[in-house]
Structures are given as C-alpha cells and as structure tokens.
Write a protein that binds this ligand. Structure first.
Ligand code: PAF
Length: 289
C-alpha cells in the first residue's frame, strides 16, 4: 500500500493505475477505521482493480465544534487496518491541502431537509463539498458508501446524477456487531449500560420486519411500534423515527415501493443512527438492515 499526502501524488498514482487498464475504486473515510469500513474496501475491491481510500476529518461537515474536536483518531492503527484490508493507495491530506478559498460549496436540495439534515444544519453541504472535491481529485470509476449513513448515500447518488460525475455509487450493507449494534466510530463513547440499551435500535427493526411480514403497510403504525421498542432501551432522546421513500427521502404515508425506515437517538451525548431498507421482492417485501 502506498501512502500519499498530496493531491498531485494521488493523480499520478491513479493515472498510472488507469494507464495499466485498471478500474479505480474509492472509499472516502474520516478514519478511526472499523470492520464496517473494511467491508466497503472489500466491495470496492470486488468492483475494481485499484482501491483508493482517503482519511480526512472534514471540519466543514461538523455543525458542532465539540463533536469535531472529540472525533476519535488513531492514524497508526488506521494505516495497518487499511493495508491489511486491501487498500492500494491511502490518501492522507491535511487541511491546507484540502481547503482552498472555501467560497464554493455543493448542496443537494430537498433530499437533505428531513432526517439528519433537519437536525444537523450545514452538515450535508460539508459532506457534498468534500466528496465532490475528493471525486475530482481521485477520479474513481466506482465509489462505495455505507447504508448506515443512508441520507448521505442516497443524496450522493443524486449529486452524482445531477452533476454528471462519471462515477458509479455502490451502497454497501451496514456491518453490525454480533449482537446487532451497527458499527460506528461513535460507539466507543457509549458506557457498557448505554451500549446494551442501544441494542433497542436494531431490535426495533426486527419488530418492524415482523409487522411488514404480517402485511402492515401503514407508516404511522410501523413508527409507533418502532418507538415502543426503542423506548425500552431508555434513550435520553429520540431525534427522529422516519419512514421515507428511498428515491428522494420524502415522507411516506405507507410502504409502497422501496422505502427507508431511519432512526436517530441519543444515549448520553452520543447520537446513534441506524436504518432499514424495505424493498419489493416477488409479491412481498424484504427488509435489509
Ligand atoms: O461518511 C463519512 O465518513 C464522511 O461523511 C465522508 C463521506 C468521508 C465525507 O467526509
């Protein structure tokens, strides 16, 4: 694995890979890698011959400075994980390399108004701006994003479509701990008790799946059942439980076509998000979480 800090070096390495006829896959991250990130690298490797990963904690997407300052970091460990995971090129830029005048931003309307967009003003604009920059720097053929950040993944699909980026977006399934907790760099902030309580998020999806299997399609009824299960885990607050259409993340009154059930809740000061995709299969629906 090669490690580079400069944009010019990324271009050189990626250019060489492309000249050798390789498809380039890309996994952008903010580091503190866990098996969830490595599953994205694996999927990138299955769909390309040269895998680039970036690690850059993008200040622009943090609407809370404490969250930015407290964002976990362990670069040495990340380098070892990336190398063992099959990354070919690791891009580690600093702020000076990444930020220029900061006068140009990228945003995707509507789709970012609800779910996390409603609770984290400016967050997505920061994400789309840095992802656009990274796409222009790396020029990948494919890029992989996790289902866990579903609003990010669906909006980036829209951004790529609207702005004609020549990159194929792959949305990879959420990787979970053996007890069901979605893997996240933030999990390390949970106490043992909070961690156990937070399992109510994935349990709520199991309950939701049963309801869907029994034929329930009413979004309000499904939300109520999810709320009841999450409350069993005594969260300090619930930001949202939303049932939205996959296509544009607008609210759905009933399950009709590809749908997302997305939740966000706090245990202490740790905000956890999770989601389930409900998709049509044969005559019924399957739940992916
Ligand atoms: O999902 C993340 O870790 C970040 O939002 C991303 C896509 C790397 C952009 O900073």
């Amino acid at each position: 694995m090669k490690i580079v800090n400069k944009i010019a070096d990324v271009r050189l390495e990626v250019g060489n890979a492309k000249k050798a006829g390789k498809l380039v896959g890309f996994v952008p991250t903010m580091g503190f890698l866990h098996p969830g990130h490595i599953s994205l690298v694996k999927i990138a490797g299955e769909n390309s011959e040269f895998v680039v990963m970036s690690i850059f904690v993008n200040k622009l997407q943090f609407n809370d400075l404490n969250d930015f300052n407290g964002y976990p970091k362990d670069l040495e460990r990340d380098i070892a994980i990336a190398e063992n995971g099959g990354v070919d090129l690791l891009f580690l830029p600093d702020d000076k390399e990444m930020y220029r005048s900061n006068l140009t931003t990228v945003d995707v309307d509507l789709i970012t108004e609800n779910l996390c967009g409603a609770h984290r003003p400016g967050h997505f604009k920061g994400v789309f701006t840095v992802v656009s920059k990274l796409f222009n720097i790396v020029q990948p053929d494919i890029a992989v994003f996790g289902q866990k950040d579903i609003q990010q993944a669906v909006s980036i699909e829209k951004m790529v479509y609207d702005l004609n980026f020549p990159v194929k977006i792959i949305v990879a399934p959420t990787v979970r701990e053996s007890d069901g907790l979605a893997m996240s760099s933030r999990n390390k902030h949970l106490s043992e008790k909070q961690r156990k309580e937070a399992l109510s998020l994935s349990r709520s999806f199991a309950a939701c799946e049963k309801l869907i299997d029994s034929g329930e399609r009413d979004a309000e009824k499904i939300s109520e059942s999810i709320r009841a299960v999450i409350l069993e885990g005594s969260p300090d607050s619930i930001d949202y439980i939303s049932i939205v259409k996959y296509e544009d993340l607008s609210y759905a009154e009933k399950i009709d076509g590809k749908t997302v059930v997305a939740v966000a809740a706090f245990w202490g000061t740790t905000r956890l998000i999770d989601n389930m995709i409900i998709d049509k299969k044969d005559d019924g629906y399957i739940c992916i979480y």
